[in-house]
Design a protein around this ligand. Structure first.
Ligand code: UDX
Ligand code: UDX
Ligand code: ADP
Length: 456
């Protein structure tokens, strides 16, 4: 039996440790966090995050072999393996501000581990961190006066929010980076692999050196984000021509070398990872004097900003170049469907720009309203639980999140209570555009021909 500790009870640490506990009933898994409120929530019926399947999973394992605690020092002493999933936000000060990852929390954690450990431990990097962080951690942990040996592994988490539990249960791969050149390094990798072997097929557990593992995580997110920016760049051309982005996506996705996934055009990508990891990569390239590579990846971020701007510019232009005092309802505030997370959500950016134009913004979302209230604190925005209430007297609807709920609303009923002309800007291309047009709406999808009655 092993004592497994997870430090950091956020979107990554919580679900990851819960799945490990579920799949390895003989091990004891504890999750700690400095935030006592969060730990209390993990111990209650109202978990701090929404994730499909998470409630049932926690119900099954909490108190059996999964525990949430704030006793960080004590749990470090007891642990054999420590997963570190603390936050690594973009630095806001000093060198690398706006680009580099802030490793403050990571380093604090490393020092806390060293201060409390009474025996050897395996420390596993789960947070997204810049390449070579593990080496820094190794140096802090194994400084020369320390009698205890620590092995540091990188095991980046590839889960996506909204599908976290499935991604953890049926991962495309588990990547373990470690030192192949020492006995204890190989032993540590084996110990960690043995945990995943409980449920992950052997061929999906792959090994690499530590730096490849760290870089793979950044590269993977950079590639995914780049695909979204690429399809969004094509959507801009579609809007100027007779091409249709869905038809183009389908056609290119059937090329096996390209593949059909992650080709949905949208108002822009959001989430805590893409932008942060791209900027991390840019910083890394700059650090090594690779200016062209830095610029290449920077354009993925810049294009995403442009896509969000394009969306708002279009709203303004189509609504006769003024939205001052007009009521615009955002359908969805989360950065994607099936999560309450709003970190880096395009909706935040769109809201700010609409407010600059003095529009009256109404926000509705089935899961993200609490986070939205926090993000928009102090701003003159109205929040509504019920989309039918939200649209009363509205001039326009802007779809920000692809929640199924918004596909299935009664749009005739909505039309009847909206101001006319009634506009729909579908930032996720989820609605029945032709049907809406026939009801009388002026419809502006992404990367498709607009359906406006003014153009007849
Ligand atoms: C390409 C398209 O693949 C094909 O669908 C289109 O019809 C015509 O253009 P082609 O140029 O003949 O075909 O060869 P391709 O295999 O795509 O290679 C293009 C270049 O990319 C080559 O120089 C190839 O060496 C290079 N390449 C390809 C890489 O450097 N790395 C890769 O992973 C793949
Ligand atoms: C991402 C990676 O997918 C995951 O592997 C990594 O561990 C963390 O970062 P996440 O940010 O949770 O996961 O969600 P993801 O599904 O990747 O979506 C990111 C953003 O891209 C969302 O705003 C989403 O709406 C947008 N997106 C995604 C598109 O606009 N079009 C697409 O085709 C796919
Ligand atoms: P992610 O999406 O990467 O999981 P979150 O912000 O959701 O990011 O979670 C990171 C968690 O790590 C937060 O709950 C935060 O309180 C916790 N954390 C940060 N520093 C420490 C620390 N030194 N010890 C324990 N927990 C920490």
């Amino acid at each position: 039996m092993l004592n497994i500790l997870g430090i950091g009870a956020g979107y990554v640490g919580g679900p990851t440790m819960a799945v490990i506990a579920d799949k390895c009933p003989e091990h004891k898994v504890t999750v700690v966090d400095i935030n006592a409120e969060k730990i209390a929530a993990w111990n209650s019926d109202h978990l701090p995050i929404f994730e499909p399947g998470l409630d049932a999973l926690i119900e099954r394992v909490r108190g059996r072999n999964l525990f949430f605690s704030t006793e960080i020092d004590e749990e470090i002493r007891k642990a054999d393996l420590i997963f570190v999933s603390v936050n690594t936000p973009t630095k806001t000060y000093g060198q690398g501000a706006g680009l580099a990852a802030d490793l403050m929390y990571w380093e604090k954690t490393a020092r806390q581990i060293r201060a409390n450990a009474t025996g050897p431990k395996i420390v596993i990097e789960k947070s997204t961190v810049p390449v070579r962080t593990a080496v820094a951690m190794e140096r802090i942990l194994n400084e020369k006066d320390s009698p205890i040996h620590f092995d540091v592994l990188s095991c980046p988490e590839f889960l996506a929010e909204g599908t976290a539990i499935r991604d953890l249960e049926v991962p495309d791969r588990v990547l373990i980076g470690g030192r192949h050149d020492t006995d204890s390094g190989r032993e540590a990798m084996k110990k960690l692999s043995d945990i995943f072997r409980h449920w992950v097929p052997e061929e999906r557990i792959i090994h690499s050196n530590i730096w490849s593992a760290e870089l793979s995580k950044l590269a993977s997110n950079a590639f995914l984000a780049q695909r979204v920016s690429s399809i969004n760049a094509i959507s801009a051309i579609c809007e100027k021509t007779e091409a249709d982005i869905n038809e183009v996506s389908r056609a290119i996705g059937l090329d096996q070398r390209i593949g059909p996934h992650f080709l949905k055009s949208s108002v822009g990508f959001g989430g805590s990872c893409f932008k942060k990891d791209l900027l991390n990569l840019v910083y890394l390239c700059q650090f090594y004097g690779l200016e062209e590579a830095a610029e290449y990846w920077m354009w993925v971020v810049k294009f995403n900003d442009h896509q969000m701007n394009r969306f708002v510019d279009r709203i303004l232009k189509k609504m006769f170049n003024t939205i001052n005092g007009k009521r615009i309802v955002l359908f969805g505030f989360a950065f994607k469907a099936n999560t309450g997370d709003t970190r880096e959500s395009p909706a935040i950016y769109v809201t700010k720009r609409l407010l600059e134009e003095r529009a009256e913004v109404v926000v509705t979302d089935p899961r993200a309203l609490d986070n939205a209230r926090r993000d928009l604190e102090g701003m003159p925005v109205t929040f509504a639980e019920d989309p039918y209430e939200a649209v009363r007297g509205a001039h326009a609807i802007a779809v920000m999140t692809e929640w199924d709920l918004y596909r299935d609303l009664d749009y005739q009923r909505i039309y009847d209570v909206m101001e006319k002309p009634a506009f729909v800007f579908d930032g996720r291309n989820i609605l029945d555009h032709k049907g809406l047009y026939e009801m009388g709406y002026h419809v502006f999808p992404i990367g498709k021909k607009a359906l406006s009655h003014f153009d007849r």
